[in-house]
Structure formats: structure tokens, C-alpha cells
Design a protein around this ligand. Structure first.
Ligand SMILES: Nc1ncnc2c1ncn2[C@@H]1O[C@H](COP(=O)(O)OP(=O)(O)OP(=O)(O)O)[C@@H](O)[C@H]1O
Length: 311
């Protein structure tokens, strides 16, 4: 898979006591929707700013489309759209006036580019309403229309769904999926709320104190956070036979008396009843598995433990 962006050992020190990025590595592949997850102050905005050359890293390298990101190589930035902090639309102008202005400023002469971009984000019918009177969801869509005017290959979005209501989040998510699928746009989106990124991202990077704690694919992440039914028994052969008879074939034997059953369609009470009817001596049965926020908290605890052991 082609690498679109790579950060290697990136450190940013604002002062002797303020290290915002700490030896951070990140790899973004063509077609990814990369969810960058980190608590407030973890370094997400600073990292995105280094990608856009708004901030120079203290050390480390960043390559974008195979080119180093530094003052001598700014051409690759032409292929990047972004929303960092607040979108850049003018509040006193309408949506159409805004996109027309930015088309002019960016030298975009494609016929209907302004109208098409508003159509795409669902703001084509906002008429004379000034952007300052838009809802937060509409403002974020406006930001997306402006960020995608040039049809960028890569889109960097810093907490774009912060503060949006669930319907606006769902709409914004659909727009990003559409961009990714129809225009093959690679997307990096940051948030401090993992649940919001879970349904969207294909790859995740968890950062804490400016350091990349872990990068995982959606598949790995789903496997690690999978819900399962934990069953304990005094007769393992009888239990595994009964599970096979119930067509519960996706299970893992954890120890001589414990099994985890995945992808069970039946409720736990029905499974328990069936096992007891089959004379399996069940000593315990319960729902288990990690929720997303716990997964993140556990990662951070493990990271802290490792740091202590290294010290
Ligand atoms: N210009 C600056 N000068 C000094 N310190 C800064 C500067 N910009 C950011 N920082 C510090 O660097 C750290 C990382 O900040 P950053 O804004 O990148 O985090 P974040 O993950 O985006 O947080 P949030 O979710 O709150 O936006 C913070 O401790 C912040 O106070």
C-alpha cells in the first residue's frame, strides 16, 4: 500500500519544559481514514500543524507523498486540504460568496466548482443566510466545502465533530465516507472521543503526551474490543461438544475450565438454558469484553507502566 504521509521520530519542544510531541511515529496509507485519538493536550493539533508546515518540528522527519515536508518542498502541500481549529469561512459572507472567494484565491477556474462543492456538503440551499448565522454543523460543512475545493488527495481534520449533535455527526461522517469512497481521498481525523471515530476510521493511532502509544487497524481493534460470553465449567469436553451442537463455533478455550464465545446471536439466558439442558455443569456465564473508552484507558495505563519500568 502506498504511504501518503510518514512522521518519523517527530519531536516538538515549545520550550525547555513544554514538549508537545515526543519522538512520534505515524504512517498514513493511501485510502486510509485514520482516526487520531488523544485526550485534550495530547498533541493532536500540534502534530497536524507540523504536517502542514505551520509549525516546524524540533527534530524528526515528515514526508508527504514521498517528499520531505520542509521549506524547500512545499509543492506536496498543494495536494492537502485541512480544517485546523476553526474553519476559515468569512462570517459576513453567504456560503456561495465564501466558496466563490476561495475559488478565486486558489485559482480554481473549473465551471460550477463553487456550486458543486456546496451541493456536495448539502449547503446549496442556504441562499442569503450569512455564515455567521449558521449552526455549528453547517459551519463545519462549510469548512469541509472550502477544504475540498481543490479536490485534495489528503484531508487533515482537527476535531471537526467537536460539539456537534448526533445527527450532525452522522451527516458529517457520511460526507467523509463519500469523499473517501468516491474521490479516493485519504483522511486523517482527530478527536478525543473514540466512540465518534469508531464507525468511520479504518486505522487508529492513539497518542498521549505527544507520543504514539499504538497504531492499529480497524480489524485488530475490533478483535481486541470484541464482546464475548465467558463460560466456566467443570467439564470442558462436555461444554465444547454442547457449543458445537448449538452452532456456536466461534469460541476460544482460555483454560481447563474457561471458554470465550464470540459472535453469539442468542441471548445469554437462552445459551445458559441450552447448556444446562445438555447436562453441562456450568459454574459461571457472563457477558464480557471491553468498551472503546476502556480500551483507550487501558492502553494509557500500560504505556505508563512501560515508562516506569524503563526509568
Ligand atoms: N504555541 C504553543 N506554545 C506553547 N505550548 C503550546 C503551544 N501550542 C500547544 N502547546 C502545548 O502543547 C501541548 C499539546 O497541545 P495540542 O493543542 O497539540 O493538543 P491537542 O491534543 O490538540 O489538545 P486539544 O484536544 O485540547 O485541542 C499542550 O500542552 C499545549 O498547551
Amino acid at each position: 500500500m502506498d504511504v501518503v504521509l510518514q512522521a518519523q521520530n517527530v519531536t516538538k519542544q515549545f520550550s525547555q519544559h513544554q514538549t508537545a510531541l515526543d519522538d512520534l511515529n505515524l504512517t498514513l496509507h493511501q485510502g486510509d481514514i485514520y482516526g487520531l485519538v488523544g485526550r485534550n493536550g495530547a498533541g493532536k493539533t500540534t502534530l497536524l500543524k507540523t504536517f502542514l508546515q505551520l509549525i516546524a518540528p524540533t527534530s524528526g522527519t515528515i514526508t508527504l507523498f514521498g517528499q520531505p515536508v520542509d521549506q524547500a518542498h512545499v509543492a506536496s502541500l498543494q495536494r492537502v486540504g485541512s480544517i485546523i481549529e476553526t474553519p476559515s469561512a468569512f462570517g459576513e459572507l453567504t456560503a456561495l460568496q465564501n466558496v466563490r472567494y476561495f475559488c478565486l484565491a486558489q485559482g480554481i477556474v473549473t465551471p460550477h466548482a463553487a456550486e458543486d462543492s456546496l451541493q456536495f456538503v448539502g449547503l446549496a440551499d442556504t441562499g442569503k443566510k450569512k455564515v455567521k448565522h449558521f449552526s455549528l454543523g453547517m459551519k463545519q460543512k462549510m469548512g469541509l466545502a472550502l477544504a475540498t475545493l481543490k479536490k485534495p488527495d489528503l484531508l487533515l481534520l482537527d476535531e471537526p465533530i467537536n460539539g456537534l449533535d448526533p445527527i450532525a455527526i452522522a451527516e458529517f461522517r457520511q460526507l467523509l465516507l463519500k469523499l473517501n469512497r468516491e474521490q479516493n481521498t485519504t483522511i486523517l481525523i482527530s478527536s478525543h472521543i473514540l466512540d465518534e471515530l469508531f464507525h468511520l476510521a479504518t486505522r487508529f493511532g492513539f497518542i498521549d503526551h505527544g507520543h504514539m502509544v499504538r497504531e492499529v487497524t480497524k480489524r485488530e481493534f475490533t478483535a481486541e474490543t470484541a464482546q464475548y460470553i465467558r463460560i466456566t465449567t467443570e467439564d470442558m469436553p462436555a461444554l465444547t461438544r454442547a457449543l458445537a451442537d448449538l452452532h456456536l463455533n466461534s469460541f476460544k478455550v482460555i483454560s481447563a475450565n474457561e471458554v470465550h464465545v464470540f459472535n453469539a446471536q442468542q441471548p445469554i439466558s437462552v445459551i445458559n438454558h441450552a447448556l444446562v439442558s445438555a447436562d453441562v455443569p456450568v459454574t459461571g456465564i457472563s457477558q464480557a469484553g471491553q468498551n472503546l473508552e476502556n480500551y483507550f484507558k487501558t492502553l494509557l495505563r500500560e504505556e505508563k507502566k512501560e515508562v516506569r519500568q524503563d526509568a
